[in-house]
Design a protein. Sequence first.
Length: 277
Amino acid sequence: MPNKSLAEAEYNQFRLFLEQHSGIVLGDNKQYLVRSRLAPLMGKYNLPSLSEVVKHSMKPTERQLRAEVIDAMTTNETLWFRDRYPFELLGNTLLPEYSRLGRPLKIWSAACSSGQEPYSLAMTILEYQQKRPGTLPGSASILATDLSPSMLEKCKSGEYDSLALGRGLSEERKRQFFDATANSTMTIKPNVKRLVNFRAHNLLESYTLLGKFDIIFCRNVLIYFAPEAKAKILRQFAAALNPKGILFLGASESIAGLTEEFDMVRCNPGIYYQKRN
Ligand SMILES: C[S@@+](CC[C@H](N)C(=O)[O-])C[C@H]1O[C@@H](n2cnc3c(N)ncnc32)[C@H](O)[C@@H]1O
């Protein structure tokens, strides 16, 4: 019987390692989560115990295992047009304003999971352009990043099963933006895909090579991070935004006490944060 137990000291060491490398903070007594997420790697790497998986993953030389362990510890829950209001606000209010920019709009979906967020942004842009042909000159480009290599693979394939498709997509959007495949999945159409570039990026690392953005979506990821990491990420977002740029966080997330660089804009429903200058 493979040994899936983890001593308290090992668990604490692993928590620290995970926080340093991904920002994700594991609470007390979450050994069960580590067990369920990492046990499959015992067989894959032919290691006799969970303790060995954890120990090896913390060695800098074990790059592949380390990446897979961090990947397995991420929570990838997502859906199409999540919470609706950010996308409605984009289509109804922000895109008409940004149409006057006279250059392509630049959006960053930071921590994009399996792609539902950036592809929902792309669909919102295409719907706006269909309603008002000729507006949004130069169109828009969306950079979508995540720490997880397995999620980025999923994003790039653009293929979703009926379970994923059933979460937040109308029949009309399925018809318009997806092609059916032979095995009852659907793939994102090329005109939607063309608007999105995917790239591996860890929010704890530098953002300088990513460029500048008009809008950043970073939703439902900072909840897993400690306040100091959140504050640093928010500082970097402010630096990565153009003047008056906009930041959307998750519906339950807030910047209170973490940064002074944004004004909160209430839009009922929902809020967004606008860079001060
Ligand atoms: C719960 S999903 C949120 C997806 C999407 N933004 C949404 O709101 O539906 C969180 C994502 O954050 C990613 N993530 C976790 N830590 C990260 C880090 N340090 N850098 C970049 N992405 C990270 C995970 O891989 C996961 O895909």
